[in-house]
Write a protein that binds this ligand. Structure first.
Ligand code: AKB
Length: 321
């Protein structure tokens, strides 16, 4: 039976992935860790421990002691925050990954590693529409540079040491459980919270900035599907493209107005606008569809309905529409 370690279990992806993996592998087999406390359901629903991926000695000790066979390393500094402290972000994003790759090389019991890449690996010279799996990659953010370097390291460890490391280039993720922190696509979560809380939102991206976005349940399913696919079927050992819908702030505003008439938005683009303009607007994920059956279910209408309902419940606000 697999024993799974999640690093970054308190984060936007980790908090939902932990719950799904516990359903599949059993609560006691999924070890959630983070540098901070997670939500009660993560900490009480199975083993939880404070653990810093930068502490390589404790990390290896933990992995050996708990006979870990799969690692999901999700901890990272996202694009917006990384621009504020570039060297610190580089250090955290790269050294964390290198610690994991080294452990996977040293400990035979570790059979598989998952590490998230991002659409941030692309840059201003990349074709922005239907961005191919293999294309020009000249990222201009420190986050994008760290993700691209990480992809190259993953492929290197695969080729040189036969490490089974799998990765996805996530688009922006929309979720209600845990708010994202410090990313450029965070507006697509904040907009729903502010619509429910205050009926108005100031977007840091301009009205028609299109970016690929995906609902968290689709992203979680895709991640687990990739990890469960036969190794022999995988042809990409850097990171797989994963798209979703190409959506603008104005389109989300319109969709929310159907549920919260009078919801107001204004646009005050900041430094994240510059980042967004270097990223793809839509992604060609046909290689993921071919190799491991990637597809997504939720469209903007269904996402909006669920987001408003769940955030209203969470914030205990009932007066909608
Ligand atoms: C970010 O905006 O930094 C992230 C990402 C697209 O990787 N959500």
């Amino acid at each position: 039976m697999d024993r799974i370690l999640i690093i970054g279990a308190a984060g936007q992806i980790g908090s939902e992935l932990t719950v799904e993996l516990r359903k599949i592998y059993g609560n006691d087999h999924v070890f959630a860790t983070d540098i901070k406390e997670a939500s009660r359901d993560i900490m009480d629903g199975g083993p939880f421990q404070l653990l810093d991926v930068m502490d390589d000695k404790r990390l290896i000790h933990f992995i050996i002691r708990h006979k870990i066979t799969q690692i999901y390393h999700l901890a990272a500094v996202l694009s917006g925050n990384a621009e504020k402290l570039p060297l610190q972000a580089w250090h955290i994003n790269m050294d964390g990954l290198m610690n994991i790759l080294e452990v996977a090389k040293m400990v035979d019991e570790v059979k598989k590693v998952f590490w998230p890449s991002s659409i941030a690996v692309f840059g201003p010279t990349t074709p922005r529409l239907n961005t191919p799996q293999l294309t020009i990659m000249e990222p201009t953010t420190v986050y994008g540079v760290s993700k691209l370097a990480g992809e190259r390291w993953c492929e290197y460890y695969h080729k040189r040491y036969n490490i089974d490391v799998r990765s996805i280039r996530y688009p922006g993720l929309i979720s209600y459980k845990t708010e994202a922190g410090g990313g450029t696509t965070d507006y697509a979560v904040e907009i729903y919270y502010e619509a429910v809380r205050n009926g108005k939102y100031t977007s840091f991206l301009s009205a028609d900035t299109a970016l690929p976005l995906l609902f968290m349940p689709d992203a979680i399913k895709a991640t687990i599907d990739l990890m469960e696919t036969d190794r022999a079927k995988l042809t990409v050992h850097s990171a797989y493209n994963m798209g979703g819908m190409s959506i603008t702030p104005a389109q989300i505003h319109k969709a929310i107005c159907k549920h919260i008439p009078g919801f107001q938005i204004d646009y005050v683009p900041d430094f994240r606008q510059v980042i967004a303009e270097t990223w793809p607007q839509s992604i060609d994920d046909s290689v993921s569809a071919r190799d491991w059956g990637y597809s997504y279910r939720y469209d903007l209408e269904s996402i909006t309905e669920i987001m408003i309902e769940e955030i209203s419940k969470k914030l205990n606000i009932s007066a909608l529409g």
